[in-house]
Every structure is written in C-alpha cells, then in structure tokens.
Design a protein around this ligand. Structure first.
Ligand code: FAD
Length: 476
C-alpha cells in the first residue's frame, strides 16, 4: 500500500524522532534517493533517524495504522535498489545511522552484539581489539551497516571458510511492521525450537521488519595468512587447482577468486596502486587466500605445497606470493576494484550469478559464446568468488559503442546469461539480493508455489504492506 502522506501525518512521524532527526529538504534527502549504480532514483518526503528500538517501534506502529509505506536504509550500498524508495510514491525512509553502537562483546563465548546501524568496519575493529575476528569483509565495509548486511545476507570475501551472514548470526532483534518488538537476541549455537524466525528476516531485504540488533559470531584471529596470485591458461585449470587447494588446505582455504585477463588489464590501467605482479600475460588468474589459526608456518607450508603441486600438474603457469601485509592488501584491492575499473571503459551490464562449482567452466564457455554471438565486440569481465560458485558476470560495452544503446540491451543480456545459469541449476542472485532489480524475474523463474509462499509470509508479517513494498515479492 502507498497512501499519500499528508503534511500532518509527516509531522506526526517527525515528532517521534524530533525535528532535528527528521530530514525533509531536497538537499538533505537527495543522497538517500539514489543507489550506488544510479539505476534507481526514488522519491520520498521524509527521512527519519530514530535513536532507539522504541522509536523504531513507534514509527512502524504509526505506519501500519495509517498505511504509510516505509523503506529501511542503513549504508545505502545495496546493489539491487532494495533501499531506494519507489519512484513517484511517498515512501518514508528509516535510517538506523544513529543506532550504531556495539552493545556487548563476549570473547569467551565468541559473540558480539551490535545495533542494526553499526558500521561493518567498526564491528571488525571491535572484534580485533578483543583479539577476535569477525570474518565478513567486503568492498563497502567502511559504509555498509549490520542491518543491511543481514538483510541482504551479505557474503564477501571469506564465505568459503566462514559462510555468509546467515552463518555468522546467532540471534536478532527485530521491530515488526505492527510496531511489536521481537527480542530474539539469543547467543545459542544449538536451538532447535520450531520455525527459524531469524533466518526469515535474514535476506528479507527489509520487507518483513527492521533489524535493530544482532548477535554475531566471532572467530580466532588467524596466526598465519598467505595470499598468492597465479596465472592460468583456462577456467578448467582453475577448477582443478581449486579442488587441489581444497584437499591440501581444507577449511584454511579462505578465498579462491577467479579473474580474467581483461579484468586484470583494466584494473591495472585505471585503479591507483594496482599492478599486475606477473611479467607474462595469462588468459586467467586466481587469487588464493589461506588463513591458519595455529601458526604462520602452517599457512606458508600450505601455500608453497599448493603452488608446487599446481606447477607440477601443469595447472599453474606462474605465480607471485605476497611477501608483506601491504602486498596482500594490494592483491585483494585488485580483485575488489574490478567492477570499479569497468566504469572508465564505458557501460557495463552486470550479473551476480551462482552455479554449482563444478559447472563454472561450462557456464563460462556457454555464456561467453552466447554473449559474443548476440553482441560482437562485447568485452566480458566474468570474475568473482569461484570457490562459492559465484561469478560477477559483467559485460563491458564494445569499444566505441554508444553507451545508452548498450545499456538498453541490459534485459536482453540478462535473459541470455540467466538462461544458461538456470540450465545449470544456478541462481540469478548469488549475493546481492532481489530488491527492485530482479523482483519480476524471480517471480517468473521460481516455481509458483515458492512465490506464493513468499507472498503469504509477507502478508502474515506485514498485513498493511507498509514494509518496503514492491521489493523482493509483489503482493499488490
Ligand atoms: P542498504 O543498502 O542500506 O540496504 C540494503 C537492503 O537491506 C535494502 O533492501 C534495505 O531496505 C534493507 N535494510 C537495510 N537496513 C535494514 C535493517 N536494519 N532492517 C531491515 N532491512 C534493512 N555483497 C556481498 O555479499 N559480497 C560482496 O563481496 C560484496 N561486495 C560489495 C562491494 C561493494 C563495493 C558494494 C557497494 C557492495 C558489495 N556487496 C557485496 C553488497 C553488500 O553486501 C550490500 O551492499 C550491503 O551488505 C548492504 O548494507 P547497507 O548497510 O549498505 O544496506
């Protein structure tokens, strides 16, 4: 539902947080109406910054009573338009930026309790100050916040070893659209007590309630850390090397990232501080990250053994091992800047897909053939978390092509790539979620019963349809 919001009603909402924390001017609202890629631009008459759970509860209670739609926004780094208010509607934005405290750290139980608005980097630093690791790490970590990370079930660079947010969270505190507060801040690893409400809210992209607090899992700080960059001839060889790494390193293998030559070339060209550490060019590269909790020597031994055996098997053509923390960071910086490096190359059509790991070479070959047949000259930049089966299958426009005409073919390219993904039993959204971008496509490709169940769940939690309406699943 999206009732027009009268000035009187806006005043009632503003009174809950106080006028100072109710933004109404165009200039103040502007940065909250667009998302990172500029794909969505929405409208909103008001942004509220509640100070605590009670204020969030009062806002949602009033929203349900009056039918005024709300959209939660924390770091505004989401990549599918989930946090962007709808265009032409009066969605009220709720920002948790004032609710940014770390509430508690228990290094013995290995848990940290944070507000939904705590910045991810602050959670990482607090864990580190207690000699622990909070393993979620991603490019946007300086600005994204725990509520957003949970709501998108963020993955990041270490999913291979630690899992995504769903695996990193023990308990939640959530304000429901009705204003009721669910205190599920349990610290239990084992808790088999009926339906898992926590897992429903994680990944719900703010459509079922607002996450105001979370119990997060901590891990030992690794004592050994090795990062290497290897040049390879094919994706098949990358898969074989990944299997070898799995058997030699087990759970110490924290990252295995695939990159194409084109991606490395443009990153070295456009991103400051990035250079290709290998002298010869190869069609494919992998970044290998190994972390060990017992000693630094174990990580070193594992990396040397993996590269040696990789060379002997003819899988690795050349490799460089980072010899300092700065070099390790530089290698990761190259990988994390790959999307950014596409911008100066013109338009880029993105896909965030996953297939079973064993299918990655088939997917890359088939998608490459189909895209090139449909758009000769397209420059494919398929890179990402190979170890998780997750490829960011980006396509840069042909050199000299018209950017707008290229972007106009976004859906056509999506259909081609997603069709191949689905034929391999994959997913059209591996880690960025559904939001506005993939809502209709999700409804078209998933079995009707699945979408129907989602709609029914949404109606139970949000009978007035005020929570981020029009995102993930449409119930109107
Ligand atoms: P927002 O963008 O503000 O919101 C995201 C969604 O969550 C929206 O639907 C919003 O309505 C909802 N939401 C926000 N806060 C709450 C709340 N408190 N309660 C309920 N709903 C809420 N993701 C990965 O998985 N792996 C990566 O490697 C990765 N790399 C990235 C790199 C970059 C440079 C960027 C920009 C993004 C990357 N992402 C990655 C996506 C990232 O996971 C999300 O952008 C981030 O987790 C969202 O957090 P946020 O605080 O910015 O949320």
């Amino acid at each position: 539902m999206s009732a027009a919001v009268s000035p009187e009603l806006l005043d009632r909402f503003a009174a809950i947080v106080g006028e100072k924390y109710a933004l109404r001017s165009e200039a103040e609202l502007a940065p909250h109406l667009i998302e990172n890629r500029g794909l969505y631009h929405g409208s909103s008459p008001l942004l509220l910054k509640p100070a605590n759970v009670e204020e969030v509860s009062a806002i949602l209670k009033l929203a349900t009573e009056t039918g005024a739609a709300v959209v939660p926004q924390t770091g505004n780094t989401g990549l599918v338009g989930g946090q962007t208010p709808r265009e032409g509607k009066s969605d009220i934005i709720i920002s948790l930026e004032r609710m940014n405290r770390i509430r508690d750290v228990d290094p013995v139980a290995n848990v940290l309790v944070a507000d939904g608005g705590a910045i991810l980097a602050d959670v990482q630093k607090t864990a580190e100050a207690h000699g622990k690791l909070f393993p979620l790490s991603l490019g946007a970590e300086g600005s994204c916040r725990i509520g957003g990370n949970l709501s998108t079930n963020a993955g990041g660079t270490a999913v291979l070893a630690y899992g995504n947010m769903r695996q990193l969270c023990l308990g939640l505190e959530v304000v429901l659209p009705t204003g009721e507060i669910w205190d599920g801040l349990r610290r239990l690893k084992k808790d088999n007590t009926g339906y898992d409400l926590r897992d429903l809210f994680i990944g719900a992209e703010g459509t079922l309630g607002i996450i105001t607090g979370a119990v997060l899992k901590l891990y030992p700080q690794p004592l050994g850390h090795q990062v290497a960059f290897a040049g390879l001839n094919s994706v098949e060889e990358a898969l074989a090397l990944f299997n070898l790494a799995g058997s030699l390193c087990g759970t110490s293998l924290t990252g295995f990232e695939l990159m194409p030559r084109f991606g490395v070339e443009i990153t070295a060209k456009h991103i400051e501080g990035v250079r290709d550490p290998l002298e010869t060019a190869y069609p494919w590269y992998v970044l290998i990250d190994i972390s060990t909790s017992d000693s630094a020597e174990t990580a070193e031994r594992m990396m040397n053994a993996l590269l040696e055996q990789g060379f002997e098997a003819g899988l690795v053509q050349d490799a460089a091992i980072a010899s300092s923390v700065a070099q390790q960071k530089a290698l990761w910086h190259m990988r994390e800047s790959m999307s950014e490096a596409q911008k100066p190359e013109g338009g880029s059509i993105k896909h965030d897909v996953s297939v079973p790991v064993s299918k990655i070479p088939h997917f890359m070959q088939e998608a490459g053939d189909a895209v090139m047949a449909a758009m000769p000259g397209a420059r494919i930049c398929g890179f990402g978390h190979m170890g998780d089966g997750n490829i960011h299958y980006n396509i840069s426009q042909p050199v000299g092509a018209d950017k707008d005409a290229f972007i106009a073919r976004w859906h056509e390219m999506n259909e081609i790539v997603h069709g191949i993904v689905l034929s391999h039993g994959g997913s059209i959204s591996a880690e960025h979620g559904i939001g506005q971008l993939k809502r209709d496509e999700l409804a078209a490709i998933r079995p009707a019963i699945e979408i129907d169940l989602m709609r029914r769940i949404k109606r139970v939690f949000d009978p007035a349809n005020i929570m981020n309406p029009g995102k993930v699943v449409n119930v109107e």
